[in-house]
Design a protein around this ligand. Structure first.
Ligand SMILES: C[S@@+](CC[C@H](N)C(=O)[O-])C[C@H]1O[C@@H](n2cnc3c(N)ncnc32)[C@H](O)[C@@H]1O
Length: 340
């Protein structure tokens, strides 16, 4: 089969150039002799590429290669010859798998290899669509830009989590599978009969997790019309013991109009939830529980904020915890506070 015979000294640089041009046949193993490296290729390099490699000692040869294991098991196996081993783990740790869709992060240095990485992720995860993050989560509706890099370009999916089904579109709404344990932790504290408000409900993962097992009434507010569309779908596709009332709008106006007195309020908008604290506390009955989230490096900051905003009401901090890392030294913090 076709191979490119190159000098050992330049093999790495040439391999990278071939990869960028999708010329390496990844089904076969690269082999070496004392002075040369033989790279399996899927076609003869074009004139332009030969010009690009001008100065290197290269020769197209007909030779045998050993086949890569037929059914590689690890993501590393799929990416052999593409990405350095230590970087493979970094990419794999960035996977957010939601139903049939995978969203991943590719370091800038592997930008040129993104489609190969996408194909590897597609084979490894056996999902249907792979997207790469191309921006931070931003704006009021907390979404990010994504580039489709492998599989079908279908961004709507149904994610399964602890027996709930969550329908969402990764391009149009916020959703993080990494909050599954947090949702369950909150749901486990709920008792039948409660009146609950989820101020920033998104597609409704907190309300669905809670209402699946509890006979409660939950007002689920969100300002994003796409999130509102999906929460309505999620109410339909899950078997719920409780009632979820989806409301589209700015939660400050909504809560002002509804004038509720809730047993429990969920505030998962960690970047700006602090701007909505007094609105929340005004809608929380005496003895009610607040699940407050904030990006912070120290628990003291969100705790003091709640205590100050609630004054003259008394605050009992029930629990503080780090939900997940946001950036070095900064955490998505959760504070559960009972406010008398
Ligand atoms: C971080 S997401 C959380 C979604 C959901 N709680 C979850 O855990 O998946 C925050 C949500 O708040 C919504 N949001 C932002 N500002 C809002 C406002 N003023 N009123 C109502 N919803 C708002 C966004 O549209 C977004 O869906």
């Amino acid at each position: 089969m076709l191979g490119l015979k190159v000098s050992k000294n330049n093999a790495d640089e040439i391999r990278r150039t071939l990869l960028k041009n999708s010329l390496i046949d990844l089904g076969w193993k690269i082999k070496t002799s004392d002075e040369h490296v033989y790279i399996p290729i899927n076609k003869v390099p074009s004139e332009d590429l030969i010009k690009e490699l001008d100065g290197f000692e290269i020769e197209v040869v007909d030779t045998d290669f050993k086949i890569h294991k037929k059914h590689p098991k690890s993501f590393k196996d799929y990416l052999k010859n593409t990405v350095e081993a230590d970087k493979v783990d970094e990419i794999k740790n960035s996977f957010d798998i939601m139903g049939d869709v995978v969203v991943l992060e590719i370091p800038d240095e592997f930008e040129a290899e993104r489609f190969l990485i996408g194909e590897a992720a597609l084979k490894f995860t056996k999902r249907k669509a792979i997207y790469r993050k191309t921006s931070e989560i931003k704006g009021v509706i907390r979404t990010r830009e994504l580039e489709h890099i492998a599989g079908e370009d279908v961004s709507e999916t149904v994610h399964k989590e602890f027996g709930s089904r969550i329908m969402l579109d990764v391009r149009r709404v916020y959703f993080s599978p990494r909050l599954a344990t947090e949702r369950r932790r909150v749901a486990e504290q709920v008792e039948d009969g409660e009146l609950i408000i989820d101020m920033f409900a998104g597609v409704g993962p907190f309300p669905v997790t809670i209402a699946k097992d509890h006979d409660v009434k939950i007002y689920a507010v969100d300002i994003n019309p796409a999130a509102h569309h999906y929460i309505k779908r999620n109410i339909e596709i899950n078997k719920l013991k409780g009632e979820i009332i989806p409301i589209l709008g700015d939660v400050k106006t909504v809560l002002n109009d509804l004038n509720l007195s809730a047993d429990r309020i969920i505030m998962n908008l960690p970047g700006t939830a602090c701007d909505f604290l007094s609105t929340a506390i005004n809608s929380l009955k005496s003895g009610g529980v607040l699940h407050y989230y904030e990006f912070a490096s120290d628990y003291k900051v969100p705790v003091e904020r709640i205590v100050e905003t609630a004054k003259p009401r008394n605050v009992e901090i029930l629990n503080v915890r780090k939900v997940k890392s946001r950036s070095p030294g900064v955490w998505h913090m959760a504070v559960d506070a009972k406010i008398d």
